[in-house]
Design a protein around this ligand. Structure first.
Ligand code: NAD
Length: 279
């Protein structure tokens, strides 16, 4: 059991400690959740006012729930997809993503993300495992990855979904063709992992290996509630790596840095290496 510290929390003490840990490391894992992309304008789902309040995950994040909503209320599914995907298509990497990419100049970095937004790669990170898949890749019904989906075709899809008040199932299916569909060779869908589905491979296996072998583990902008990805910080801790947590909400880490990722990550790199990561 972890014993809570009796000392008052000091951000600057924690920053100095985290900077020392980072400076000494050779293999760093950065594990990210929806919070890393919040400052790019993509809302998290679980925070107050998040998507799950209006669109419960048992209906909108499971294959069965989505199929039921599509048949019973195509307009509602169109509203969900517009709310969920619209902000992703307009988003650009923020200083948090850029600082993680810049960390590669100093140490070996493996990024493990639960996000589907492609922003780590867009920021320049070269070793990214997307354990919950990606909005920007399609796969066949046998799990074979079929290739990229362009931002333009997704933006066109979202515009069609917003277009009219009355949406029939057939119209919804037509609009969704860039993502979901059936061809003579079988069906295809985005690689996004829904609740109850196995995590994306080989990303999940590579992510667990990286958590076991790293010497420092940064956990950024994740509530730690989505299993099994949420067990990675414990995997790293059990293998002997310190866990640095970054989140505006207090959490349980070896070292905790309270604040938004877009400010805290550049501060951390500057404290560790003596230069702004963003120049
Ligand atoms: P989550 O469980 O990862 O929780 C979000 C966390 O981000 C919370 O702990 C919150 O305190 C923290 N946060 C909020 N603003 C932050 C900031 N500026 N800096 C750092 N941390 C911040 O995510 P969720 O929203 O419950 O999402 C559930 C699942 O859906 C996850 O797999 C998530 O990755 C995915 N999702 C992905 C995206 C995306 O691709 N950008 C967006 C929403 C949800």
């Amino acid at each position: 059991m972890r014993v809570p510290s009796l000392l008052p929390y000091s951000f600057s003490d924690s920053l100095a400690k985290a900077a020392r840990l980072l400076r000494r490391s050779r293999q760093v894992v950065v594990f990210t959740g929806a919070g890393i992309s919040a400052e790019s304008g993509i809302p998290t789902f679980r925070d107050a006012g998040g998507l799950w309040e209006a669109f419960p995950p048992n209906q909108f994040a499971t294959p069965e729930g989505l199929a039921e909503v599509a048949m019973a209320s195509p307009r509602r599914l169109a509203d969900f997809l517009t709310a969920a995907f619209g902000p992703l298509l307009a988003a650009r990497p923020n200083p948090g993503h850029l600082a993680i990419a810049a960390l590669e100049k100093r140490v070996n970095v493996t990024v493990i993300t639960q996000n589907i937004d492609n922003l780590h790669t867009a920021a320049g990170s070269s070793n990214v495992h997307e354990v919950h898949g990606s909005l920007f890749r399609r796969m066949s019904d046998t799990g074979k990855v079929l290739g990229p989906i362009s931002t333009e075709s997704l933006a066109e899809m979202v515009a069609k979904l917003q277009d009219t008040k009355d949406v029939s199932f057939a119209r919804l299916a037509r609009a969704l063709r860039p993502l979901w569909g059936i061809t003579r060779r079988g069906s295809y869908r985005p690689t996004i992992v829904l609740f109850g589905e196995p995590l994306a491979e080989p990303d999940w296996t590579l992510a667990r290996n990286a958590a076991t072998t790293c010497d420092c583990f940064l956990s950024v902008g994740t509530s730690g509630e989505v299993m099994p990805a949420a067990m990675l910080p414990s995997v790293a801790r059990s293998a002997g790596a310190p866990v640095i947590g970054i989140n505006p909400k207090r959490g349980d880490s070896s070292v905790f840095l309270q604040g938004p990722a877009g400010t805290v990550l550049p501060n951390l790199l500057e404290a560790a290496f003596g230069e702004s990561p963003l120049v």
